[in-house]
Design a protein around this ligand. Sequence first.
Ligand code: ZN
Length: 205
Amino acid sequence: MDSSRWVAIQDKETMKTLVIHEMRKQFFNAPLENYILTFDDALYSQYYYWTLIKKIKAPKIFFVATNLIGHGEKREQFSEEHKEFPSCYESLASYRDTGNKENYMRLSELKEMVNEGAILGAHGHNHTKFFDGNLFAQTNKARADIEDMVNWFSRNFKFVPNEFAFPHYEEHWFLKIMLKDYGFKKFHGGERIEIEKEEDILPFL
Ligand SMILES: [Zn+2]
């Protein structure tokens, strides 16, 4: 069943929202179906475990930092073998230092997931910690990042998501105002619970 159907079945108002970065084997022992699941950064581990993630009966939104997405053939997915992946911090540092995108999904992989019910959300183009300089410089950089992100979605998916998760959970009022201009309607900041910090899940992890 595609995940949008579960949104209708479950009482979305009372459900807490979890945020997951790198996917871990032990997360599958937790009662994930009791939450709205959000996945940040489009890390490869999320694609690797997609065959398991897609079976979870909960909404699943993937917040993509569009410039981190690579190209090429689809890679290996879970086939009974659990793997460990670098943390989101290590992946971002490696990308920043060397341009390495291998810890992130490829476009071909992300498209497969969307075809199979993954909901797309936006997470900036460069995953920038917004932003340096005076307010004028900050808003210019933010607008350029949003435009690159919106163009990427239009080019590759023929639509633009309407949900946005702030990189590093940093909510900026000017960024929010601009995003609304581009049709974004729902914003996610620090109100989401990192899976590692959710009390009700800890006994299972
Ligand atoms: Zn992020």
